[in-house]
Each structure stands twice: as C-alpha cells, then as structure tokens.
Design a protein around this ligand. Structure first.
Ligand SMILES: [Zn+2]
Length: 412
C-alpha cells in the first residue's frame, strides 16, 4: 500500500525557543555574535536541512518584553491580545479570570522612610509571603477584592469590575523613589474609582503589614520587611484563540520555567508540562526538558519548548556565559530532538529561534528581528549553511512579520 511519509496530516511540530539568544557583533569575539562564536553543529545542521529567515517579533511602538515577543512568535496580534503580566501569571497559577474581572501583578515590596527600598521585599521566601498574603485576604478580601499568593514577592490581585486604564509604575523601575509620587493614576476619568481603591489598598496593606510577626522576625534577622503591596500591570482576560482553532494541531504543550510563558500557553490552549529542575537559569535541566518535549510530542501535535538561560546571560552582559548557554541548547536540546525525531514514523517540523535579542552590550532586550530556521522533512532547503543572525539574511523566507512565521511552521 502506498503510504506518504510526509503527508501533512501526520506532521508534528516543535518550536525550540532560546530566550534572548540573538545578539550583536562583539569586538572581543573577533567581531562575531555569541551565536556565531558558539560551536553549534546541531543548529547548523538544522540550517543546512531547513529554510531560514528573520522575524520581527516586536510590533512598532511596543516594549521588547518576553511576553510581547513570545505571543508574536505564536502569531498573535500582540496589540489586541496583550493584557499585562497579571493576567498571564494568573493563568499560569491556575487562577480563573472572568470577563468582568481585572487582574494585576501585586508585588510585596519594602518601603523605608517613605521610599521604595526594593521591589522584592528582600527576595522574601514564598512561605513567609504566603502568610502575609493570607493575612491581607483575611482583613481585606471582599466580593470585589482578592489576593493570590505566588512565588517569593510575586503575587496576584484580582478586582471585580476594575478599570484597567491605569498608569502604574513597575516597582523595580523606581528604587529610592518616594512611593507617594508613584501611586496609581487613572489614564481615563472612568478609571478614577479603580485607582482610588488600589491606592487605598496600598495604604491599608502598609498599616496591616508593618507590625505583622513575619515582618518583626525579618527585621530582627536584619532582613527587609515586606511592608507594602505594589499592584501594577493591570489587564483583563486575554481574548486569545486557541492554536487548535487556527492551525492544524489538535493538541499541544508548553515547557517553560517562566510564568509569563506558561500563562500564554494556557490561553493558547497548550498543556503546561512541569520539568523537575527547570530553573530558568544556566543550571536548568536541559536533558529533562528535551525528554519531556519528546514525550509530549509523542502524544500531541505541537510543543513549544522555551529555554530562558541565554537571556539571563545577556542581562548580565556576560558573552562567554552566553556562548555556553547556546552550546548547551545545541548539544543538550537541539541534538536529542533532531536525532530522536529522525527515527520516528511521523515527520516532525522543527523550528528554532529566539524571542528577541538580549545584546550583552546593552544588557537588556532589543526590538531587532531575530534569526529563525524551520526544518520541515521533505521540503527543499535553502542555501544557508549556518544558524546565526547574519547568515539567515540570505534565507528562503526573508523578513517575516505578524503571523507569517507560525504559518510557515504549521502550513505545508
Ligand atoms: Zn525573552
């Protein structure tokens, strides 16, 4: 019987995303980028067998955040669907958000002498934070207001009928600032009541937290007390279609150590797969992630595998470390995925890209296009032989925007 091995209906798809992996030419690396300087035989093999190009992941006028860029990689209209950090993190924590509810990231912070000392309450432990958030709920929870405890200083505040058109200040942007000068302001008159309520909550939380036993103990131990909440990044429930509603994938999974990415996955209809030892740092469990991805791909049609390590190295401006994270991704993720899927009966499309550059020179994200490769078994490769920022400029796809990349991945 005739059987077409590369029939589209049997195709599976995996996107391997190396967060912040793209960079600029670095003098100390002989005017090469970390991707060019790193020894990456498996990424290069993908480039030789696949088709390459560049992708604009940051829409005009938007900040180059990972949530923006990863939504763009999946083809979402970021300006329409982005609702702030709170809603994505809430989803990753399993918190339901109704249509009439507003969610915000709610930090526990440390204020000293009226000034924001730090955005993390001295990186308070999750256990201590949970006691404080429970206490705030005990005193402040109503039909309208509810807190949810998360990890360390990162929590969620949900308000019924809140208006998201607010001007909020991320607390990590303003250490040393008088907190009363960066309280929440309405962006439109209709949001005045929400702003007033949130500022009232900040003051109430300060009264409640200042003499709480957890904080008295922290102070006695020379640690920063968590003596205020700080809500920011407001939003509603994102209006995102599931990938299965748009593309020929019935089921999918996301693997990431980052809450924003996991939350995005929830709204995209992807199952969150937890991997032991996946830290988001250089010591992340690469082998565990690769194994989990392959296992998920056996069951499902699509896997989004996100690895954070190279972004962290970029933020530290450490190009030697960045090279190491890229080589780790090559040898410990790309290699097993490439070799294992080559043995399967079902063909697997493998795509590789960063979400945005995190150049070591500027130690933060940039909005430049990112290099990508799409290896589709059976498709004629382009002439590009290596995977890096510049060689892909000659690739088959050229420069893509909007949903052109995900369509190129999913559609044959
Ligand atoms: Zn990122």
């Amino acid at each position: 019987m005739y059987f077409c091995r590369h029939n589209r209906q049997f195709m599976k798809y995996i996107i391997i995303l190396g967060d912040g992996m793209a960079d600029e030419r670095i003098l100390e690396l002989g005017n090469r980028t970390p991707l060019q300087a790193a020894h990456t035989p498996y990424m290069d093999s993908l480039a030789r067998q696949g088709r390459t190009g560049r992708l604009h992941t940051i829409p005009e006028g938007m900040h180059p955040g990972s949530e923006v860029a990863n939504l763009a990689v999946l083809g979402y209209d970021v300006k329409k669907v982005l609702e702030g950090r709170g809603s994505l993190e809430a989803a990753s924590m399993g918190i339901d958000v109704a249509e009439n509810e507003m969610v915000m990231r709610c930090n526990l912070i440390c204020i000293e002498g009226g000034k924001i000392k730090n955005h993390s309450a001295g990186h308070i432990s999750s256990e201590e934070a949970r006691v404080l958030i429970d206490y705030l709920n005990e005193k402040l929870e109503t039909d309208v207001i509810r807190f949810y405890s998360g990890v360390s200083y990162r929590h969620i505040l949900k308000l019924k009928d809140g208006n998201k058109h607010l001007i909020c200040t991320p607390p990590h942007d303003v250490p040393g600032t008088d907190f009363t000068s960066v309280l929440i302001r309405p962006e439109i008159p209709e949001a005045q009541m929400t702003a007033d309520l949130l500022n009232q909550l900040i003051f109430w939380s300060q009264d409640l937290l200042k003499d709480h036993p957890v904080n008295l103990r922290r102070k006695a131990e020379g640690k920063d007390p968590a003596n205020s909440i700080w809500p920011w990044s407001p939003g509603y429930k994102p209006q995102m279609k599931k990938l299965a509603e748009i593309y020929p994938v019935k089921s999918g999974a996301v693997i990431s150590a980052v809450d924003l990415i996991k939350g995005m996955g929830v709204y995209a209809g992807l199952e969150n797969i937890k991997v032991k030892g996946a830290t988001g740092l250089y010591d992340t469990n690469y082998e565990g992630k690769a194994e989990a991805a392959l296992r998920a791909l056996k069951e499902k049609d699509f896997v989004y595998l996100h690895v954070e390590a190279s972004d962290e190295a970029g933020h530290e401006g450490d190009y030697a470390l960045k090279i190491k994270t890229i080589e780790n991704l090559d040898r410990r993720i790309v290699k097993p995925v490439l070799e294992e899927t080559a043995r399967w009966d079902e063909p697997v499309t493998i795509a590789l890209l960063p979400d945005h550059p995190t150049p070591c020179r500027i130690k933060t994200h940039s909005a430049d296009p990112v290099p990508f490769v799409i290896y589709k078994p059976g498709a004629t490769p382009d002439s590009v032989q290596e995977y890096d920022e510049f060689s892909v400029e000659n690739g088959y796809y050229g420069l893509l925007t909007n949903d052109e990349f995900i369509k190129a991945v999913m559609n044959s």
